[in-house]
Design a binder for this molecule. Structure first.
Ligand code: BDR
Ligand code: CA
Length: 309
């Protein structure tokens, strides 16, 4: 099992994703890097640390990254995740210091130290990774692979008709990441809306696991559940970042993938759209996940919530 570096804009589903990576018996989380996205950078960093506190893993180093996208002003998703990004759970100050090193040089260093063995997992806008690519254009080749939660390869987005949040927030960054050399897996909004759906009963079951982590997973998803119910009229919400981590930890959860280039839209109309392309010679292949095993995902998630404090 490779060691993991996880880049996160820690909102509610990021937090559960981090718990899953921290809980996995064969995985080692080497570092968290934070980026602005779901919430502003300070809150994302605080939320990453709150998650480490719940998991009793305050030994994992946290590197603070970019506070805004490369070109566009930052747009957050607090209406989806809560003002604090964690369901307005009112968590106490986690009391963990950040590392002095900025996330961007940290990513460059961790990549160099990886010897092609570590995995990079990205759960937020790709700003930190794009900035690191500006320093080391071969950054992604130094990881075993990069698993990206982001994109809507079926053109059904969650911010615009076509675009998914992580890519839409910083499309210029995403465009650089999808043309960089190296192995990539894309776990998009499409598959999170099939294999990553959580019902009210399943959310209740999180609290019934009987651990602080299970209660935390339940509590931080209160706003996203209400948002999906009230704004979208659906009784489910999805957990895109946990599904991405589940696939990173267990390849077999991705049941159908397609290796194809991805072009990122940057015009006003197409901002953040992720177009599968076999005609663009500048877009090296990304493994797009089209189908995933929702039961196996849920099993891994509940195992994690049970295994943690
Ligand atoms: C993605 O955007 C964020 O709201 C979630 O944390 C996830 O990373 C889904 O579009
Ligand atoms: Ca996220």
């Amino acid at each position: 099992m490779p060691k993991l570096i996880i880049d996160t804009d820690t909102g509610s589903d990021d937090a559960i994703a981090l718990l899953m990576a921290l809980a996995h018996p064969d995985a080692e989380v080497l570092a968290l890097t934070t980026v602005a996205g779901n919430v502003p950078l300070d809150q994302a960093t605080r939320n990453a640390k709150s998650t480490l506190r719940v998991a009793e893993r305050t030994d994992v180093p946290v590197y603070v990254g970019c506070d805004r996208p490369l070109v566009h002003p930052l747009e957050t998703a607090t209406e989806v995740h809560g003002e604090d990004g964690l369901g307005n759970a009112n968590l106490p100050d986690p009391g963990i210091n950040s590392q002095d090193e900025h996330a961007v040089p940290a990513l460059v260093r961790l990549a160099a130290e990886s010897n092609g063995e570590h995995d990079l997992i990205t759960l937020g806008p790709l700003t930190n990774v794009a900035a690191a690519l500006a320093i080391d254009p071969d950054l992604l080749t130094r990881f075993r692979r990069t698993v990206i939660m982001g994109g809507a390869p079926d053109m059904v987005g969650n911010v615009t008709d076509m675009a998914e949040f992580n890519i839409w927030v910083d499309p210029e960054a995403a465009a650089r990441v999808f043309v960089a050399p190296g192995a990539r897996v894309m776990v998009g909004w499409n598959v999170s809306m099939t294999a990553g759906l959580i019902s009210p009963e399943q959310r209740q079951a999180m609290a019934q696991v009987g651990t602080a982590s299970g209660q935390f997973a339940h509590d931080v998803t209160s706003v996203v559940e209400a948002f999906c119910h009230q704004e979208l009229g659906i009784p489910f919400f999805s957990l895109p970042d946990p599904l991405a981590v589940a696939i990173a930890l267990d390849d077999t959860i991705a049941t159908r993938t397609q290796a194809i280039g991805v072009t990122v839209g940057r015009s006003d109309e197409a901002r953040g759209a992720t177009f599968p392309t076999h005609l663009n010679p500048d877009a090296p292949a990304t493994d797009i996940v089209w189908e995933a095993d929702g039961d196996a995902f849920q099993t891994q998630m509940f195992d994690a919530l049970r295994a943690l404090p």
